[in-house]
Design a protein around this ligand. Sequence first.
Ligand SMILES: O=P(O)(O)OC[C@H]1O[C@](O)(COP(=O)(O)O)[C@@H](O)[C@@H]1O
Ligand SMILES: [Mg+2]
Ligand SMILES: [Mg+2]
Length: 371
Amino acid sequence: MDSPTPATPPTAPTTDGHSSNGLGGGTLATGGGALKTLEQFIIEREADAPGSKGQFSRLLRDIVVAAKIVDRDVRKAGLVDLFGDTGDVNVQGEVQKKLDLLAHEEFVRALRRGGEVCLIGSEEHAEAIPLLFEDCQGKYVVLFDPLDGSSNVDVNVSIGTIFSIYRIPDDHVGRVTMASALQSGRKQVAAGYVVYGSSTVLVYTTGNGVNGFTLDPSIGEFLLSHPGIRTPERGRMYSVNEGNYNSWEDGLKEYIKWMQTEAPDDTPPRPYTTRYIGSFVADFHRNLMKGGVYIYPANARNPNGKLRLMYEANPMALIVEQAGGRAETGHGPILDVEPGALHDRCPVYIGSRDMVDDAIGFLSGERTSDG
Ligand SMILES: O=P(O)(O)OC[C@H]1O[C@](O)(COP(=O)(O)O)[C@@H](O)[C@@H]1O
Ligand SMILES: [Mg+2]
Ligand SMILES: [Mg+2]
């Protein structure tokens, strides 16, 4: 399935957004039927793509191999001295965790070995890393956050990996440069994330719906546990670091005040519930499955927000739009932002469509907490 075409905006939700098991999002495959492996799923999808030469499938498999190795290391981190810092500060100005570096190296190794990628960009490396110099025809750019939720690494709280995939633009073949990685999120050919939590789940899209796979450690295979994920139009939870409240713009303060105001007759009744794990990938996954909104706004300390556009905001924005949700900067869709640099940051309002609508309504001043 060579390079699916850039994502098409999803059609209106086909399901009612609520599955028979009460969870939002996709239907959990239950019952005795053997679950499809990710490998089988990829091969089937490859068969759908006319004239494919298998490059994209091989790339996905390289990512899956790296994810399994990182999963293994995350689960034994406390036993093999993988907790703690490397002592270095990364390009973000953050103290680098040993697992940040390990995960970075695992993904670079797997993508280099696979041979389908010309250029990679990582949160843990200042410049984009060229892997191939010529013959980049039909090859890919992979941008990734090797370990998301670094502040939770040493305390056994869910963390993850986030990845975004582009094709090398045809007019860049033969002269691939850093600029080849700087494409707007709309041009992604695929995006995904892995959550290393109570179980290990990989969720991805190629612009044709969203599917989730759970790693069965007993066989070392990802199995299709969440086919056709749709996120509820509205949930009960919001995720934001309220410690930054005083540095927020008034519209956001109004929105959060409205969420916290008693209104039992509202549908759904207010107040909403706050859930903030401090790992974007984990907060995002919960909200995707159950409905909710995650916000990392601009604030005094981070005038462009904290999250990185190319390997945190863009991939999650593609996934949430494909699942029927919405992803905004406060000034327009995240996927329409033209990147200027690999580590650009942007404000993030992402999740259930009606809840992001509410937030944008308050930010623009159209709505106030008095009604
Ligand atoms: O501690 P804060 O300011 O709330 O930031 C938490 C956010 O920062 C992040 O940890 C940033 O990602 P990294 O851990 O990959 O640097 C997000 O996962 C998380 O949502
Ligand atoms: Mg991150
Ligand atoms: Mg990270």
